[in-house]
Design a protein around this ligand. Structure first.
Ligand code: IMP
Ligand code: MG
Length: 434
């Protein structure tokens, strides 16, 4: 049975959690393969509303094995808090498995995230401040602490001492901050290790055994592809290694590319971005406010799950989306939040950029250029009727069908799933993904 990867196609918050929750119904294993608790999913089901940062969305089904892969950066305190929160709402967490190869977010990573951002001044990236970037820097610098290290003092102590010998110099001499105490860190993290030990397991074995047995496996990306370290709007990107795009999926759970059969990209019917960086179709008018606050009273407005920041809003950018379809090798798109456009009289799609009078149809690499391009829009009439109860493509208003067909053409990928509301059943399955 196929292993399916689900990635965010834009700058994150496309509704991946909601699509994973929908697809997870048939899957046996749901795995996170990259990033850390900078991610945030909001899932609404009959048990209530859940905000998840590290634990895969599949945990809300009683029969799924949920895996946190080696590619993820894990803050043990956050993970344990999430486990406690799920347990207190009656969710069984015994099916959660954490890779012993996953990197651990340590206290100095959070401190460095804060200090780095301060030092960047008005060039700040607008990180989530969760220590994710500095943790991946340490991974690549071969100075990282892994989950396996948390389980024994003889493994943890020398690694913490070595890391702090370096980082305390940076914190004090470069930033004028306060040094951290190695013994205190070790004591706290060994305690976390003790609590996490029952969850630690062999992720590769779980994924491949399920696959070979004929079960569906879902690999869940974090963030959006345009925040990808290689392909995103660098340097305004997130630091995950492996990449948060689909190419990182196999690496992040310990399987090869030939084991993956399908890649689904989740796109919003418009665009949002949190944090700084280029955003060609960004809107600053009443339309932005209207889209941001749609469903705000039910907690559905465009405000960050992790940081609560208001998200920047813009029209769908088909240039960026097509690029994302290409580098992710998408086989299908899930288009979310169509209903948010229900009351919009005229909908715009950016089909190309204008760069000083020249038409550009691909995403420029240069930050200064991407900041300067002007979107060239195609206007489509809105449908101005409610779509939240629609369950079949043919029952959508004619204008909504035309909008979706045009999106497919522009981004070069079929839209197989459309979501028209936050709950599990508010979806139109045009083509089943499983
Ligand atoms: P970091 O991942 O915290 O280092 O933040 C780097 C950039 O990625 C910032 O622009 C963040 O706002 C953005 N970012 C990180 N995680 C998410 C996410 O889950 N959704 C949306 N944006 C994110
Ligand atoms: Mg999110």
């Amino acid at each position: 049975m196929p292993i399916v990867v689900v990635v965010g196609g834009q700058w994150g918050d496309e509704g991946k959690g909601r699509i994973v929750d929908l697809l997870a119904r048939k899957a046996r294993v749901v795995a996170r393969y990259s990033a850390g608790n900078n991610a945030g999913h909001t899932i609404v089901n009959d048990q209530g509303e859940f905000k998840l940062h590290v634990v895969p969305a599949g945990i809300l089904y009683p029969d799924k094995t949920c895996v946190i892969g080696n590619g993820v950066a894990v803050d043990p305190e956050v993970l344990l808090g999430e486990i406690d929160g799920l347990q207190s709402k009656g969710v069984d967490t015994s099916r959660l498995v954490l890779s012993d190869r996953a990197q651990v977010i340590m206290p100095w990573h959070c401190e460095l995230d804060r200090l780095d951002e301060l030092a960047r001044g008005d060039k700040a990236i607008g990180t989530t401040g969760k220590g994710v970037g500095p943790c991946f820097v340490d991974k690549v610098a071969r100075r990282g602490i892994r989950v396996a290290d948390l389980l024994r003092a003889e493994d943890l102590q020398p690694r913490v001492e070595a890391a702090l010998a370096y980082h305390n110099k940076v914190i004090t001499a470069v930033y004028g901050g306060e040094p951290l105490d190695a013994d205190r860190c070790c004591a706290a993290y060994l305690e976390f290790g003790k609590r996490l030990a029952p969850f630690v397991g062999d992720v590769q074995d779980i994924v491949l055994t399920a696959h070979r047995r004929g079960d569906y496996v879902l690999l869940e990306g974090a963030q959006g592809s345009l925040l990808d370290l290689d392909h995103g709007t660098y340097p305004y990107v997130t630091s995950s290694v492996p990449s948060s795009s689909s190419s990182g999926a196999g690496l992040g759970v310990g399987i090869g590319p030939t084991d993956i059969q399908r890649v689904v990209g989740v796109f919003k019917s418009y665009c949002t971005r949190v944090g700084n960086g280029p955003f060609p179709t960004e809107l600053f008018d009443d339309t932005a406010t209207m889209l941001r606050d749609h469903g705000k009273e039910d907690g559905r407005g465009e405000y960050g799950t992790t940081t609560g920041r208001p998200r920047r809003i813009g029209w769908l950018d088909a240039v960026a989306a097509r690029y994302s379809v290409r580098f992710n090798g998408l086989s299908a798109v899930a288009l979310t939040r169509l209903d948010v456009l229900d009351n919009v009289p005229t909908i715009k799609i950016c089909t190309a950029y204008d760069l000083d009078g020249e038409t550009v149809e691909t995403l420029p690499a240069r930050q200064s250029v991407l900041e300067r391009v002007k979107p060239i829009y195609e206007e489509l009439p809105g449908w101005q009727t409610q779509t939240t109860e629609v369950r079949n493509f043919d029952d959508l208003p004619r204008q909504a069908q035309a909008f979706i067909r045009r999106v497919e053409q522009l981004i070069e990928c079929p839209v197989d799933v459309i979501s028209v509301g936050p709950s599990r059943e508010q979806a139109i399955i045009v083509n089943p993904i499983f």
